[in-house]
Design a protein around this ligand. Structure first.
Ligand code: NAG
Ligand code: NAG
Ligand code: NAG
Ligand code: NAG
Length: 180
């Protein structure tokens, strides 16, 4: 009987709790991609990775994954033993969820998830650098109680290549004044 209660009511209870958390959330961390010695990640910071004054997005905590595969954000969201709040930020009014991916020859090098004040409409924007590196910025709006939208990989490619640059520029500016 108690087992039945748990099996039926726990998901409902959790669902209700999610709905009660009034502010939608975004994922908030950097997956550093392929990484040599996983125990070394503890000693790394965004400063040590990308320095202080530059335009490369980076958000702590820094994360490595088993086999260096792309993070399973759905598992993270659903894992109740994990301290999930560490990997989330609140999408307060005026903010959006953003996902920055560095892609080289079709392989994702690293991903930064964050909340940011971005003055652009939802969608994914790609910018191709002369080196062959592609920077993809996806902007979206989360809904209360649902898995943060910047986790999913539903890619709608925008033709406007200037957007990623624009977003990066904005990020740099925000970062400079410590708004994000
Ligand atoms: C990995 O890093 C840890 C902590 O810095 C160190 O103790 C260990 O020797 C390293 N292992 C290898 C194979 O480099
Ligand atoms: C992500 O990858 C790009 C390209 O290799 C690199 O320039 C950047 O520093 C990386 N970002 C982080 C946070 O490590
Ligand atoms: C949930 O997170 C904990 C702590 O990181 C981890 O040990 C456990 O394997 C995870 N469980 C699942 C189902 O992913
Ligand atoms: C961007 O900001 C300007 C000025 O605040 C505003 O007029 C414009 O509508 C905004 N654009 C979008 C796409 O939100």
């Amino acid at each position: 009987m108690p087992l039945k209660f748990n099996r039926l009511c726990l998901p409902l209870l959790l669902f209700a709790c999610h709905l009660l958390a009034e502010i939608p959330q975004c994922f908030h961390f950097t997956w550093v991609g392929a990484y040599d010695n996983h125990s070394n990640i503890q000693t790394e910071t965004c400063d040590s990775r990308v320095g202080d004054f530059n335009d490369i997005p980076c958000e702590e905590p820094l994360v490595v994954t088993p086999d260096d595969t792309v993070p399973d954000v759905k598992a993270l969201w659903q894992n109740t033993t994990e301290n999930r709040e560490n990997f989330l930020c609140q999408m307060s009014p005026g903010r959006s969820c953003v996902k920055y991916s560095y892609i080289f020859k079709g392989g994702i090098q690293n991903i930064t998830y964050m909340c940011a004040n971005v003055n652009s409409s939802n969608g994914c924007y790609r910018q191709l650098h002369p080196t062959g590196m592609v920077v993809e910025a996806c902007v979206c709006t989360s809904r209360v109680g649902l898995i943060p939208c910047n986790g999913c990989s539903r890619t709608r490619l925008g033709g406007a290549t200037g957007w990623a640059l624009c977003l990066l520029g904005l990020y740099q500016w925000l970062n400079k004044y410590r708004i994000v």
